[in-house]
Design a protein. Structure first.
Length: 93
């Protein structure tokens, strides 16, 4: 990233316009490339085991087939719950 000295008349117009209008937080410092790339999060082994345990309990408590945890409808429902959690925070469903 190019930075022109304050009050200078050289540099790119886009950069000068950006610097004049930028409302970014100074505390964040320069934007790093890795902040722009979405990383695929990996579940820990402990959380993965907990999820498997909850799947088993779901099947046993509701007399559901173990195949039912692989059905698209359940996955869609769970994804909606995750999306709502991200949007609204912790809610009582």
């Amino acid at each position: 990233m190019y930075k022109a000295p304050d009050g200078s008349s050289f540099g790119t117009k886009n950069l000068h316009d950006h610097v004049k209008n930028c409302n970014g937080h100074k505390s964040l410092g320069q934007l790093k490339l890795m902040r722009c790339i979405q990383k695929k999060l990996q579940m820990t082994k402990k959380d993965s085991a907990r999820l498997k345990q909850m799947e088993v309990e779901y099947c046993i408590d509701g007399y559901n087939s173990f195949h039912s945890v692989k059905l698209a409808g359940l996955h869609i429902l769970l994804q909606i719950c995750v999306d709502f959690r991200m949007k609204y925070g912790k809610i009582d469903i």
